[in-house]
Design a protein around this ligand. Structure first.
Ligand SMILES: [Fe+2]
Length: 133
């Protein structure tokens, strides 16, 4: 699995959100390297814990901005956040039990999880914010 390379394609055009996303991408890349280097399941779960905590914090940040700027897609977007947290926590549990091969597949699904949400729901929210901020 290649690293996620931060670039304009991932930018939603709102600096304070891009900054959070950059951090999430960095932690993802640390996790990706750790899997390649054969780190222990405990270490991988710890990196994932950092990613989860950072994601929970970042989602609260986005949700506060949704309230502040009266975003009409708030409920739908928040539901997606809840689903994402649930699936990443399940992945964390699985990683604690899994061998390296399973973890490789899981890293790919995590990559889709992270970039997929940025490319769809966050881009939409970013276009809205760009008009109202
Ligand atoms: Fe989001």
């Amino acid at each position: 699995m290649k690293d996620i390379v931060w670039g304009d394609v991932l930018s939603i055009g709102i600096d304070e959100i891009d900054e959070d996303h950059r951090k999430l991408v960095n932690i993802f890349n640390i996790l990706n390297h750790s899997v390649k280097e054969g780190a222990s399941p405990e270490y991988l779960a710890a990196v994932l814990e950092e990613l989860i905590n950072c994601t929970v914090w970042h989602f609260s940040h986005e949700e506060r901005l949704m309230l502040k700027y009266g975003y009409e897609g708030t409920e739908e977007h928040k539901a997606e956040h809840q689903e994402l947290i649930k699936s990443v926590k399940e992945l964390q549990q699985k990683m604690l039990q899994a061998d390296k091969l399973v973890a490789d597949e899981d890293i790919e699904s995590l990559e889709r999880w992270l970039t997929g949400h940025i490319f769809s729901a966050d881009m939409k929210f970013g276009s809205y914010l760009a008009q109202v901020m």
